[in-house]
Design a protein around this ligand. Structure first.
Ligand SMILES: *[C@@H]1O[C@H](CO)[C@@H](O)[C@H](O)[C@H]1NC(C)=O
Ligand SMILES: *[C@@H]1O[C@H](CO)[C@@H](O)[C@H](O)[C@H]1NC(C)=O
Ligand SMILES: *[C@@H]1O[C@H](CO)[C@@H](O)[C@H](O)[C@H]1NC(C)=O
Ligand SMILES: *[C@@H]1O[C@H](CO)[C@@H](O)[C@H](O)[C@H]1NC(C)=O
Length: 523
């Protein structure tokens, strides 16, 4: 059971004086902070906030995409979406992870963006009233683990456990902070666009990148994050890296299909297909279009971050010409009213209820940028894919899906009409793609508890036990020197060298005794 905190300091004092009296209502105060201005990331977290509030917890949420659901009475949303877009400019963050950028510049740019975001969010008057008030109390802070640890400092300010949540896998820095083993021989950095076994030079690259990351974090990024956190939260907080290492729980949207299985400390929990909802009826015009398309439908969308309105003219031309020659209908998520040269068989829509469209039996293939949430939706609905990756993890997602025989991958920069058409025909006509995508879907959701239940259970576990100190892996606390046994290896090497040296001297001495003596005699 969780102790209830009221906003009045007097009541808090009374409750805290009587720790034995557990109030039977399971009602905690939860502060959620998510600052990545992407819809596709935020829809993953929304079920968590909703479910926590429905279970009677009081949720205060700082978010870029509020749910604005009047039915949820236990949730207060502070919308920071506009503020972040105004300081950052639209699409900035996603372009920064474009796959042709170097890993070094990507990381630097991401951190720089997060400094700007943190300044804007901490300066928001409504948020100041939350974090700088002397009477507001929380039981846990759930913060988005988007590279930068700045927002974690809010948990330290309130002296409550920190839960990290991220709609992505872990990057090297966070693996290091939470004490996850991260053998550089096996796991490439998440930005590197590759996955699976690395060749020799890739391992060299991975190792150099890791060393640089340690340097960059310790001497540049973390001091800067610490400085920003202190500017707003005051000096009475531990160093930012210690706050990050103290994370009680890390919830990630990893899965055994797209991510190489890896060793995790016990506080890393995966969530899958969090945003997948039961199928809803389609709007009338869309339903009619799909119902009438007995020959099959190609659904095309590049998601909410890439946007097909932004693609190069050359690629758009290839797509339009290929679609015109297909014997199928095409539904295209296009973010403008008009698509010049739109073929007869193509229907465009600015906003499309993707999950429900993918559930329609006439949809034969999903042409996608392979963002994680889109892939999850396709897998949940059993629709095979043609993937053309643009940014971030999309390259490795399509690589994995192709290996599993659930998709065909294309390179959009060199794409030709014939190539594109052939990929679509292959996926529509070869039944193996559909079978494989269904097989993956069955593996993906097979757990003792549904993903949302598991997630909520873990957050409440952290609240009940005031953190997870008892699950803390020692890897988070030892120095790299100890962890890699450098001290042990050095001592052992010294002993062995010493022994060899003594042996050498002894042999030399004995030999001199024997032969030296003989020489003397001969002389
Ligand atoms: C709000 O929380 C209370 C308990 O604090 C609970 O009884 C109620 O059902 C919740 N209401 C909604 C709409 O979530
Ligand atoms: C927080 O409150 C203190 C006084 O209680 C004030 O001096 C400080 O400026 C406030 N910080 C912010 C960011 O408003
Ligand atoms: C999962 O959570 C929902 C909502 O709280 C609940 O109705 C359902 O019974 C739970 N399922 C399991 C298997 O515990
Ligand atoms: C670590 O977390 C616990 C709660 O889980 C908190 O009480 C403590 O102050 C934190 N320590 C640091 C260094 O952040």
């Amino acid at each position: 059971m969780v102790r209830m905190h009221h906003t009045l300091p007097m009541v808090v004092a009374t409750v805290q004086l009587l720790p034995a009296l557990w109030i039977t209502v399971s009602c905690a105060r939860i502060l959620g902070i998510t600052t990545l201005p992407f819809f596709s990331h935020q829809i993953v977290y929304q079920p968590i906030w909703k479910e926590l509030s429905l279970r009677g917890h009081q949720v205060t949420l700082v978010t870029t995409h509020p749910m604005k659901d009047n039915g949820l009475t236990n949730i207060t949303e502070i919308d920071i979406g506009e503020i972040i877009l105004s300081v950052l400019g639209e699409a900035s963050l996603s372009q920064d992870t474009a796959k042709d950028g170097s890993h070094y510049s990507i990381l630097r740019k991401l951190f720089e963006n997060h400094y700007i975001i943190a300044d804007a969010v901490f300066s928001d008057r409504r948020f100041i009233e939350v974090y700088n008030s002397s009477y507001v109390r929380f039981d846990v802070v759930v913060a988005e683990s988007n590279i930068s640890p700045i927002m974690y400092a809010v948990a330290a300010k309130f002296k409550v456990p920190l839960v990290g949540v991220y709609s992505f896998g872990v990057w090297m820095g966070l693996n290091h902070a939470i004490g996850n083993p991260h053998p550089l021989s096996l796991y490439p950095e998440i930005w590197s666009g590759s996955d699976g076994r690395m060749k020799f030079f890739e391992r060299i690259r991975n190792t150099l990148y890791y060393i640089w990351t340690r340097y960059y974090l310790n001497f540049e990024a973390l001091p800067k994050c610490d400085q920003i956190a202190r500017k707003y939260l005051g000096n009475d907080i531990p160093y930012i890296q210690d706050i990050e290492k103290n994370m009680s729980l890390l919830l990630l949207t990893t899965n055994p299909i797209l991510y190489e299985p890896r060793p995790n400390v016990p506080t890393v929990i995966s969530m899958e297909q969090m945003h997948i909802k039961p199928v809803k009826p389609l709007p009338k015009d869309l339903k009619q279009f799909l119902d009438n398309a007995k020959e099959g439908v190609v659904y095309f969308s590049l998601g909410s971050n890439v946007k097909s309105i932004n693609i190069p003219e050359k690629l758009r031309k290839v797509l339009i010409e290929a679609f015109a020659e297909l014997p199928y209908k095409v539904l295209w998520k296009f973010e403008a009213d008009d698509l010049p040269g739109k073929p007869e068989n193509v229907l465009i829509g600015k906003w499309i209820p993707q999950q429900d469209v993918l559930a329609h039996p006439n949809v034969k293939v999903f042409v996608t940028q392979c963002g994680l949430q889109s892939v999850e939706e396709a897998v949940a609905r059993g629709v095979p894919m043609v993937g053309m990756p643009f940014i971030a993890d999309q390259t490795r997602n399509i690589q994995r899906l192709s290996e599993e025989g659930a998709a065909v991958g294309l390179e959009h920069t060199t794409l030709t009409k014939e190539e594109f058409k052939n990929a679509i025909f292959e996926v529509v006509n070869n039944p193996k793609y559909k079978q494989n995508v269904k097989r993956l879907g069955e593996i993906w959701v097979d757990h003792p508890l549904p993903s949302l239940n598991r997630t909520i259970w873990w957050i409440e576990y952290v609240i009940r036990h005031k953190g997870t100190k008892h699950l803390r892996s020692p890897t988070a606390d030892v120095s790299w020197f100890e962890y890699l046994l450098i001290d042990v290896i050095l001592v052992l090497l010294t002993i062995v060298s010493l022994a060899l040296f003594i042996l050498y001297v002894a042999i030399k001495f004995i030999l001199r005794m024997i032969f030296g003596g003989r020489k003397l005699k001969q002389n």
